[in-house]
Design a protein around this ligand. Structure first.
Ligand code: SME
Length: 142
């Protein structure tokens, strides 16, 4: 967390900050896919990410990302095959966590989505720290 904050705290450009957060998390933990989907009208549009090409747009309420946005809460999926409506951007993704980024206005700016090629990768500890990062981002871009 201190390393991440040191890298982005003096940068105001949203793309620069989100790209750096995605790259730092991806490299540190060797995830399968690490990135952001950003709200644009009634859809999520893929933003800065690391990993293979993924879905470009996701409707509100669709998939894990669209549900995390709609319900404004973190979703941990231990096994994507058991999440109804999961959007499979890659057959290699087996588990995931999606954390919403909420602005001070209460609107959702986007979500952080991390995918793993292993089952059961994410737990409450991941949730705790990723929510800290996302709440920092929500404050920064409010
Ligand atoms: N699996 C996600 C879609 C995005 S990709 O995993 C990068 C979902 O169900 O929302």
């Amino acid at each position: 967390m201190p390393q991440l904050m040191a890298m982005v705290s003096s940068e105001t450009n949203q793309t620069a900050v989100l790209s750096t957060v995605a790259a730092a998390l991806h490299e540190a933990f060797s995830f399968f896919w690490t990135g952001f989907y950003v709200v644009e009208q009634n859809e999520l549009v893929v933003g800065p990410f690391q990993g293979p090409v993924a879905c470009l747009r996701i409707a509100k309420g669709r998939g894990v990302c669209g549900n995390a946005w709609q319900h404004e809460k973190t979703i941990i999926v231990p096994d994507v095959d058991h999440y109804p409506g999961h959007i499979a951007c890659s057959a290699l993704s087996r588990s995931e966590i999606v954390v919403p980024i909420v602005l001070k206005s209460g609107h959702v700016m986007g979500v952080l989505d991390i995918d793993s090629s292993e089952l059961n990768t994410f737990d409450e500890e991941d949730q705790f720290y990723l929510e800290k990062i996302c709440s920092y981002l929500g404050e920064r871009f409010s």
